[in-house]
Design a protein around this ligand. Sequence first.
Ligand SMILES: Cc1cc2nc3c(=O)[nH]c(=O)nc-3n(C[C@H](O)[C@H](O)[C@H](O)COP(=O)(O)O)c2cc1C
Length: 155
Amino acid sequence: MRAVWPENLPLTARFGVLEFDGRDEETLVEAIDLVRTFKAEGLDFLNVSIGFSTIEARVPWGNGFMAPIARRVRVETGLPIATAWGMDQPEDATAAINDGSMDVVMVARGHLADPHYPFRLARNLGIAKSSALLPKQYAYWLARYPGPQNGEPVD
Ligand SMILES: Cc1cc2nc3c(=O)[nH]c(=O)nc-3n(C[C@H](O)[C@H](O)[C@H](O)COP(=O)(O)O)c2cc1C
């Protein structure tokens, strides 16, 4: 892949590194070995996920449950790592970045549930000019949208 992918673009992949099927240590060790090979072949960044290939899986759904797995892949391969799955609470995301579990936090369903998701979080966290986090055209619209509290445009 690296040979045909433009040098100036990162080569990224998503990889289900375990199944939560009771064989997790074995699967994870094999997966980490493979990730080392991917890295040697030029992979720049990995999104760590779940295999979802067996009905035996008992996934421990909960906030940030993939963070320790991501951390292990990150530490043992030295690759920049992301994960998703229950990372949509800003406190969990911040902790995962600060404690070195991952380099990037990914959020899917949070955006489906609320199209203003990153904007709302930024406002809740007291970040000034929250609309600047959004694509320009969207920020332009949202900055003129009546605020939910007092009818004032949001910022
Ligand atoms: C409607 C929908 C479609 C998805 N499609 C894909 C997909 O095609 N490939 C994939 O790897 N993950 C897919 N996912 C999984 C998301 O990428 C993400 O890993 C998952 O929803 C967990 O993150 P979250 O807890 O922030 O939602 C999909 C999720 C949703 C809700």
